[in-house]
Design a protein around this ligand. Sequence first.
Ligand code: ZN
Length: 143
Amino acid sequence: MTSEGKVPAYPGLFTWAEDGVRIQSAKCDSCGTYFFPAGHQQHAPGCSREGVNEVMLPKNGKLSTFTIQHYMCPPPFKTTGDITPYGLVVVEFEEQNIVITGLLTETELDDLKIGMEMETTTYKLYQDDDGNDVVTWAFRAVK
Ligand SMILES: [Zn+2]
């Protein structure tokens, strides 16, 4: 998996692993909770927060729910143009007991089914002055 020509819109949220794009999560060894973003450690009231380690979520999860947006996200969300309508999906990573919201890269919105397997990928938001694609994490249906 290559990130050639792509830069993340914000650092530390996802990365390019050998087998694909992975969400950068963290796990608390005190209470077993996974959370995202990894820098957000307010995950469980009363937890000592000892032994928090950054971990990558699996590449694939399951579609928990979704919605179709017909209006643009307000700033600081930035794209080259109007991307409406677009899908926002919630993907569940069962073993880690965590759900992650993200953009959907699919355009066949009618084919979405709750429980279907989803793959982590990236979505081009815009091009920077150096010609790089500025991307965020996203999900697509596994075909
Ligand atoms: Zn904890």
